[in-house]
Design a protein around this ligand. Structure first.
Ligand code: ZN
Ligand code: MN
Length: 495
């Protein structure tokens, strides 16, 4: 196991340089160079054709919609758009890409020199964008047999080319300096912002748990006061917001321990393990190892300035303006909004409000009960298994007094267990509150008879003793009672 330095000690001794390369799968109907569908899943090797299988004699054609999406992403990140650029072949032994080269862009990216502001704890950090370029995704390898699902120890490997050739955008930052102890948090906030931006642009589902969006996070350390960049490591394909934060925190602590013991950091790629550590991958190739050359099968891309300006007019509200507007519209305090942002819940709450819930109710469920469940399951909030529409439905049931908050938690259990929508779970599990006063009165009278001491206390003015009686009624009703009505009936009966 790696030695780790205490995080605060590491940050007292070293400054960080952060770099993030984010791959985003576009949601175009067809692939980057052929007409095959990009639909997720499907029987293996059914979304394929001679082009995405790399068969001899097949020729790629650029997907115009993908270029449009790439330009809109670039513009939203305040990039300049190239007047003319080419694709490049990146040569490698790719078992999951039958051409054994990836069509990408090298020294002529479509979008370059952008920037975007990220907010953490009320402070704004500007992230400079080096480039946004177009490329294609690889297929999927499944290693069968063996304990870990990795190639080591596997009996054999299966290949599914359905994803091969899906349009992929690579968004690369310039080195971000001076973040200090905030480095992992800023990286996470940047990913969260990119995710929301991709969805607002409508160019990607940006679901990290499906691999629609994944991050190569690199970081290096340099002694405080030094301006010479240290040796970096790159943790590959990190696929959740919390993992981005976790991987960077781990690498900072690990590298600090190496440097603190007088050692040297090895330049390499690393893998993130969800238990909370990274392990070495391969020593990182240099660009020249890929033998890049201009792609001879594709013509250059030369977007006209008129087209670029037309696309600029389609951009959504910038992230900072959106956040300020929602804070105002929702009537949240700055602190409440900051919590929402830190929980990566802006888009989720927006969708829940759009489905009919009040902003405060949406905030309560997503930042309370559902955040807790997501945390327990180790997944992102938007992958917890309950949709914004279902949360709005749940809140509707609470407001209609069909259920109370305690029962709502049981409804959430049912929805997460796949038992259907909130009303279906209420029906199937019999969770609706008993509003019939007859049944309630029976329970109230039984509670009064069983707790003479509490009754005496209430009568002598110790009104908090009514809590014991309420508890007794709620228990006998299995929680299926409106607490307000129970209190009223108790007060009536005790007099
Ligand atoms: Zn194809
Ligand atoms: Mn790439």
């Amino acid at each position: 196991m790696d030695d780790l330095m205490d995080y605060d000690d590491a940050m007292a001794a070293y400054d960080t340089a952060l770099g993030l390369e984010v791959h985003v799968e576009l949601n175009t109907a067809s692939k980057m160079w052929c007409g095959c569908t990009t639909a997720f899943g499907g029987e293996p090797n059914t979304h394929v054709c001679p082009v995405c299988l790399g068969l001899p004699g097949s020729l790629p054609v650029v997907n115009g919609k993908a270029v449009e999406s790439a330009i809109r992403i670039g513009l939203a990140l305040n990039c300049s758009i190239a007047r003319w650029c080419r694709f490049a072949r990146k040569n490698y032994f790719y078992p999951d890409m039958p051409k054994d080269y990836q069509i990408s862009q090298y020294d002529e990216p479509l979008c370059f020199d952008g920037h975007v502001d990220v907010e953490v704890d009320g402070e704004t950090h500007t992230i400079e964008i080096e480039r946004v370029h177009m490329e294609e995704d690889a297929g999927k390898l499944t290693h069968v047999g063996g304990a870990t699902g990795r190639i080591q120890g596997a009996d054999h490997s299966l290949l599914d080319y359905n994803r091969a050739g899906v349009p992929l955008m690579e968004i690369v930052t310039k080195p971000v300096l001076g973040l200090g102890e905030k480095t992992p948090q800023v990286a996470r906030a940047y990913m969260s912002l990119l995710r929301d931006l991709m969805r607002a642009l409508g160019v990607s589902e940006a679901r990290m748990e499906r691999g629609n969006m994944r991050c190569d996070a690199n970081v290096s350390l340099m002694p405080k006061g030094s301006s010479e960049l240290g040796t970096r490591t790159e943790t590959k394909n990190v696929n959740s917001l919390r993992s981005v934060e976790g991987a960077l925190t781990f690498e900072i602590r690990r590298q600090a321990a190496v440097l603190g013991a007088g050692g040297r950091v090895t330049q390499e790629t690393r893998h993130w393990h969800e238990e909370g550590h990274t392990s070495p991958g391969r020593s990182k190739e240099q660009a020249e190892d890929y033998r890049y050359f201009p792609e001879p099968d594709l013509v250059p891309v030369a977007p006209s300035p008129e087209w670029v300006e037309q696309l600029r007019a389609t951009l959504p509200e910038p992230p900072a303006a959106r956040r300020a507007r929602l804070e105002r519209e929702w009537g949240f305090s700055e602190l409440e909004m900051r919590d929402v942002v830190a929980a990566d819940a802006v888009g989720t709450i927006e969708a829940t409000v759009a489905a009919g819930a009040s902003p405060q109710a949406a905030r309560k469920w997503w930042l309370g009960e559902l955040a807790r469940r997501a945390n327990e399951a180790g997944v992102e909030l938007d992958a917890v298994g309950m949709t914004p529409a279902q949360v709005a439905e749940l809140q509707g049931l609470v407001e209609a007094k069909t259920i109370n908050d305690g029962l709502a938690r049981q409804v959430i259990d049912g929805v997460l267990a796949g038992e259907g929508s909130p009303p279906e779970v209420v029906d199937a599990r019999g969770l609706a509150i008993v509003s019939d006063d007859g049944a309630l009165l029976e329970a109230v009278d039984a509670a009064i008879a069983a707790n003479p001491d509490a009754v005496a206390k209430v009568r002598s003015g110790k009104t908090q003793a009514i809590g014991a009686l309420m508890g007794s009624v709620m228990r006998s009703m299995k929680g299926k009672a409106d607490a307000g009505r129970v209190r009223e009936l108790l007060a009536e009966r005790i007099g």
